[in-house]
Design a protein around this ligand. Sequence first.
Ligand SMILES: [Zn+2]
Ligand SMILES: [Zn+2]
Length: 416
Amino acid sequence: MDLARPRGTEDVFPEAAARWRALEAVCHGLARRYGYGELRTPTFEHSEVFHRFLGDATDVVQKETYDFKDRGERELTLRPEGTAGAVRAFLQAGLQGGALPRKLCYVTLSAFRYERPQAGRLREHHQFGCEAFGSADPTTDAELIALVADLLRELGVRDFAVRLNSIGDPACRPAYLEALRDYYRPLLPGLCHDCQVRFDHNPLRLLDCKKDREAVAGAPRPADHLCADCAAHFATLRGYLDDIGIDHTIDHTLVRGFDYYTRTVFEFVSGELGAQNSILGGGRYDGLVESMGGPPVPAAGFAVGMERLLTVASTLAAPDPALDVYVASDDRREALAACQALRRAGLAADMDPLSRSLRAQMRAADRSGASVAVIRAAPERERGVAVVRPLRSPGAAQREVAWTALLADPRDQVGA
Ligand SMILES: [Zn+2]
Ligand SMILES: [Zn+2]
């Protein structure tokens, strides 16, 4: 048909939306427990916001953004993630001059990337993320990791593991990158095309290569080249994680490509996802606020695709039934009056607007998920009553209630 939704987007109908709301409630609840307040930023920003965040144009992420010009010839971009907008908002509100740390989160943030939908990834997807601004202390890193662990536990994901690494900072990384290049230089001719590009533009990402595993295995490790401050930060973080009972392993190949990433990198993986087993990543980006034009403000955070959380979640609470009371009547005016009384009393009530037979209306009542049907036809009308029939409790008897009482005090009369 002509009016199909664009590729890589989804329609969410009420049954699925109820699961989304349950997931959102879990995210909001965790953010609150950990002291992260909700930030909502625009769906699009000036393109520059993301260009600074995503780095130079050789990076594939940069080529996946939705860029457009508005009618005023401004260059705008649909956000591909949440962090850049959060930093922009933080700076624009002058929060760097206020009380720090400032802990912000976003829930169901829509993010846009022009990717091949075959890869199972959507062009519009949604993220939950937390960003802590103004703390370089490893307690902040530990807290973010603990938040994610709680999130997965609360969603019923039992089989997950935490991988951790430290990639140093501007004090120690240049020397490390030199050592890395020295190691890779003689190997380059035998390596994949991506590695050739990374060697020049983004050497840390050489450790990311899934093809040249042998080269990666012998490479110098970031954690072995940390300066004293970075080494202390890493050791302290690991001690904190042990203190609060979070098992973790060091993954020496876990890296982030951009210069503003510093020290902590973490990733949660799960066997429940098969081959594509990384659930989410996060870490520290002490250089980001400065790289986006602000003063030096240390920061750390994570983001996770919520569609992915929905696929791994096993414990999301069953949604409330759509309906509490179905009003079946041969008189639509009466049915509407009863529905309105029930709705004003806080109950979800519905009726048949199509004038179908009472028998058809009772079938609709059964299908609706309502716990009670209110029935009113000629025999009831003659006696001034309505029948209240339980639909979900087998064996419970139906009873009659006075029609005027039903309208005056609907909650009591239907037993809700
Ligand atoms: Zn490679
Ligand atoms: Zn360092």
